[in-house]
Design a protein around this ligand. Structure first.
Ligand SMILES: [Mg+2]
Length: 172
């Protein structure tokens, strides 16, 4: 720990804390861990979205934050992708063909999938948002997605729901 004081301006204390790295964290990453304090940049985020423009915007934004991102074109594709593993979080569009985001979330939760699911809602109507939460989603973000809101919602995501070593503190 280092400390420096400036008369009249206060003191600055700097702590260096060793933190254990998960094996998957050794890969070089961008600055996501700094921007999104709660999430390691090694998380793989699935963008369940049927609109190609929205897909591209979300994926580019996530990759810019240092995350791995991939697309599922509807709720059914999202369920199938999650079943193959290695998805840590889902950004879920609510309105999609074949299977919408609400129903996809209900099915995932019914299957016991507990990874965070964040709704991407086309409008800010409270009813829609409540429907997302009722379906089992953890949070929501308004479209069009902007980096500040994305960072904020990812920072607030409940880490204990993530599978793997970092959820080891969760018992039972
Ligand atoms: Mg849609």
């Amino acid at each position: 720990m280092t400390a420096s004081s400036t008369p009249g301006a206060g003191s600055v204390f700097i702590f260096d804390m060793p933190a254990p790295l998960a094996p998957s964290s050794v890969r070089p990453s961008k600055d996501a861990s700094r921007v999104v304090a709660n999430l390691p940049s090694t998380v793989r985020i699935l963008v369940a979205e049927d609109n190609p423009v929205n897909q591209r915007v979300a994926v580019q934004m996530l990759r810019k934050l240092g995350f791995e991102a991939e697309v599922a074109v509807n709720g059914q594709a999202a369920i199938e992708r999650v079943a193959r593993g290695d998805v840590d979080l889902i950004l879920m569009d609510c309105q999609m063909p074949v299977l919408d985001g609400l129903e996809a979330t209900r099915r995932l939760r019914a299957e016991g999938v507990r990874i965070p699911i964040i709704a991407m809602t086309a409008n800010a109507l409270d009813g829609d948002r409540q429907a997302c939460l009722d379906a089992g989603m953890d949070d929501y973000i308004s479209k069009p997605i902007v980096p500040a809101a994305l960072t904020q919602v990812l920072s607030a995501v409940p880490m204990h729901r993530r599978p793997g070593a970092e959820a080891a503190s969760e018992s039972g």
